[in-house]
Design a protein around this ligand. Structure first.
Ligand code: CP
Ligand code: NVA
Length: 306
């Protein structure tokens, strides 16, 4: 069983390939109820951005493990009134067993983790969304039996999800292609990190050509064109991103057995058509469900549930 006891998960590359594979195995066993784990601990959720899936799946995961959850929305804590992260972190550390944070700057998450001795999980920052990718890889593994050698193509904005996907695919031995409009590349340091992990064994390809990127891929993936915090740019981005929509036509370039993933929430008619997200190759609801199983495995592993 994966032993991540006491560890933070601030980015996906905090995991080794083996630890990632073991977490996915634990998630599979928890999902099928072959494995039942218990831990009577308290999880805090400190989310400065909206969330449906991450908030609810972490909460249900913790309840199913026998633990409890406190929702620490910034508006009902002193966070929104400017209490320094360093102080909030040292205080929450004295009450909670584990903390999941959704915020803007990765640096703020890292400051939190530096000042809190308890494990801190990245529940989405502007840079990364590692918990999402655990569920994505679980969904792909369920469909294809294993991950190594598969090709995932992400089309759209080089955002937090794209960044963590590159790392996750590299760790899982998958090829990853990211197709994005000029000026919207994924984070350069993460591209380098993913290429280092892939170490010439698999590909990390960046391109502006969505059709070439989609060719023969087993997984097509997209996300919103304007992430949380970029709302004012949304209208300007529409024409720039139009060639990067997952449509039935783009799906036609992929492997005939390909699946389509989207982390949700989706904007039908923008990054994905209604036809594709509702179509037979879409696995987005399984993907959303897998947030629960993957994060339950993560919590159990970090908290040493038995
Ligand atoms: N995919 C995802 O993280 O969804 P939420 O923003 O609803 O948590
Ligand atoms: N890239 C999106 C993901 C939402 C789950 C955002 O950050 O808003």
């Amino acid at each position: 069983m994966a032993a991540l006891i006491g560890r933070d998960l601030l980015g996906l590359a905090d995991l080794s390939s083996t630890e990632l594979q073991e977490l996915l195995e634990m998630a599979t066993q928890l999902k099928s109820q072959k494995l039942k784990l218990h831990c009577n601990k308290v999880l805090g959720l400190l989310f400065s951005k909206a969330s449906t899936r991450t908030r609810v799946s972490f909460t249900v995961a913790m309840y199913q493990l026998g633990g409890q959850v406190i929702d620490l929305h910034p508006n009902v804590t002193q966070v929104s009134r400017g209490e320094p992260i360093q102080d909030t972190a040292r205080v929450l550390d004295r009450y909670l067993d584990i903390l999941a944070i959704r915020t803007f700057a990765q640096q703020d998450l890292e400051t939190f983790a530096n000042y809190a001795k308890i494990p801190v999980i990245n529940a989405l920052t502007d840079l990364e969304h590692p918990c999402q990718i655990l569920a994505d890889l679980l969904t792909i593994q369920e469909r294809f039996g294993s991950l190594a050698g598969l090709t995932l193509t992400y089309v759209g904005d080089g955002n937090n999800v794209a960044n963590s996907l590159m790392l996750g695919c590299a760790l899982a031995g998958m090829n990853v292609r990211v197709a994005f409009p000029s000026g919207y590349a994924p984070d350069a340091e993460i591209v380098e990190k993913a290429r280092t992990i892939a170490a010439g064994k698999t590909e990390v390809v960046l391109t502006q050509d969505a059709e070439a990127a989609a060719k023969d891929a087993q997984v097509l993936y997209t996300d919103v064109w304007a992430s949380m915090g970029q709302e004012t740019e949304a209208d300007n981005r529409l024409p720039i991103f139009q060639p990067y929509q997952i449509s039935q036509q783009l799906l036609g370039f992929a492997d005939p057995e390909a699946i389509v993933l989207h982390c949700l929430p989706a904007h039908r008619g923008e990054e994905i058509t209604d036809e594709v997200i509702e179509g037979s190759q879409s696995k987005v609801w399984d993907q959303a469900e897998n947030r629960l199983h993957a994060q339950k495995a993560l919590l159990a592993s970090i908290l040493g549930a038995k």
